[in-house]
Design a binder for this molecule. Structure first.
Ligand SMILES: NC(=O)c1ccc[n+]([C@@H]2O[C@H](COP(=O)([O-])OP(=O)(O)OC[C@H]3O[C@@H](n4cnc5c(N)ncnc54)[C@H](O)[C@@H]3O)[C@@H](O)[C@H]2O)c1
Length: 369
């Protein structure tokens, strides 16, 4: 298959869909890979790196879309890319269709085959192509939280790990899933006193087994959350109710119970946030202060560490991309995981959530194979 890797043109997006290591695998499997010039630069991969492993560099995005049967990228196509997409072209990327109706209509009109990273789903209902970004965001939440706890950044002026003779900071993590677990590992490694809250007792039992001694688990409910607010320095929001807006576990009135300089990092901001006073911010202007409490609510945290994020993402996507060896129809017929990734195919909406979001006709994905 002829595979094209365009440069991401969404604002501040520095990741790239395929690394040089991925090109080696694709070429070894008989594919021809075209990469747009400088597509990998933001992640630290240069044109010569791609040429060295068998890719051909094309100067423009038009040429990449024009020649490719399959496009592998990171973010959803933006308006200026819509007209470059050809009928039957296979697009393997994040789409998040339900959050942007014009994209859905554009892909229907272009009659492309849209295989969305975010809905590829394993039998245990886990989402293997979302996990790597949650791992990055979870680990980053502590790095960012530690920074904003510094006095010049608006924080209480407390060092996460303390020093001999001085107690460490207290970190509260709401939600013990992928983000929460990764946050807890980082905070514990830096020596903080960590509490993870979840409303799933099974999950708390598991975390209690695997976490180091400076991580405690606590059942998530309003009473327990209120009890901890006045004593914790850094609070990370990491809850997810699949397919729904995040519940507001910390409400506006609770800010008064926190000490001045407490830092809130709401990673769940992309699902509306689990802290009522959180609204999405950017890496250019990541924080704001309400009632002396620092709010960090960047909606695309992995974007700040494109080198790590690109490698983490492509480690997860490449095995699925290699299923292209069989052609998308055969690959989706043989892999239930990949079949779940089909969202829009040759003008039909084949993912129920997307059809429901915009009142469009739904055609089961099996029917288009
Ligand atoms: N801001 C970013 O850049 C960024 C990056 C990656 C992920 N995220 C977001 O982070 C959030 C968490 O993702 P994840 O991969 O960890 O999800 P996950 O499904 O692995 O974990 C969510 C956890 O929340 C728990 N939970 C649900 N309701 C709860 C409640 N009332 N109290 C306490 N815990 C509760 C669940 O039991 C589960 O353990 C998601 O909204 C995701 O979209 C944001």
């Amino acid at each position: 298959m002829i595979i094209g890797v365009p440069k991401e043109i969404k604002n501040n997006e520095n990741r790239v869909g395929v690394t040089p290591a991925g090109v080696i695998e694709l070429v070894r499997n008989g594919h021809t890979v075209y990469v747009q010039s400088t597509a990998g630069e933001g992640s630290g991969f240069f044109d010569d790196d791609y040429i060295g492993v068998g890719a051909t560099i094309l100067p423009t995005i038009e040429e990449v879309y024009g020649i490719a049967e399959m496009i592998i990228k990171v973010k959803e196509p933006i308006e200026s890319e819509y007209n470059l997409i050809k009928e039957d072209q296979l697009l393997f990327t994040y789409f998040h269709f339900a959050s942007y109706e014009p994209l859905t209509h554009a892909m229907i009109e272009r009659k492309a085959v849209c295989l969305a990273y975010e809905t590829v789903e394993k039998a245990d209902r886990s989402l293997p192509l979302l996990v790597p970004m949650s791992e990055v965001a979870g680990r980053m939440s502590i790095q960012e939280g530690a920074k904003y706890l510094e006095k010049p950044m608006g924080g209480r002026g407390i060092l996460l790990g303390g020093v001999p003779g001085v107690r460490p900071a207290k970190v509260l993590i709401l939600g013990g899933g992928v983000v929460g677990t990764n946050a807890a590992k980082m905070a514990a490694g830096m020596g903080a006193d960590v509490t993870i809250m979840d409303n799933n007792l099974q999950r708390l039992r598991y975390l209690d087994d695997i976490m180091p001694a400076n991580v405690n688990t606590f059942m998530s409910n309003e009473y327990n959350i209120r009890e901890l607010l006045s004593t914790h320095d850094l609070i990370v929001g990491a809850v997810l109710i699949p397919g729904a807006k995040a519940p507001h576990l910390i409400t506006r009135d609770m800010l008064k119970e926190m000490r001045p300089g407490t830092v809130l990092v709401d990673v769940a901001v992309d699902q509306g946030g689990c802290i009522e006073t959180c609204k999405p911010t950017t890496h250019q202007d990541p924080t704001y202060i309400i009632d002396d409490v620092v709010h960090y609510c960047v909606a695309n945290m992995p974007g700040a560490v494109p080198y790590t994020s690109t490698l983490a993402l492509t480690n997860a996507t490449l095995p699925y991309a290699l299923l292209a060896n069989k052609g998308w129809k055969k690959a989706c017929a043989e892999s239930a995981e990949l079949l779940k990734g089909l969202n829009v195919v040759q003008g039909k909406v084949v993912y129920q959530g997307v059809a429901e979001a915009f009142g469009l006709e739904f055609v089961p994905a099996e029917n288009v194979l």
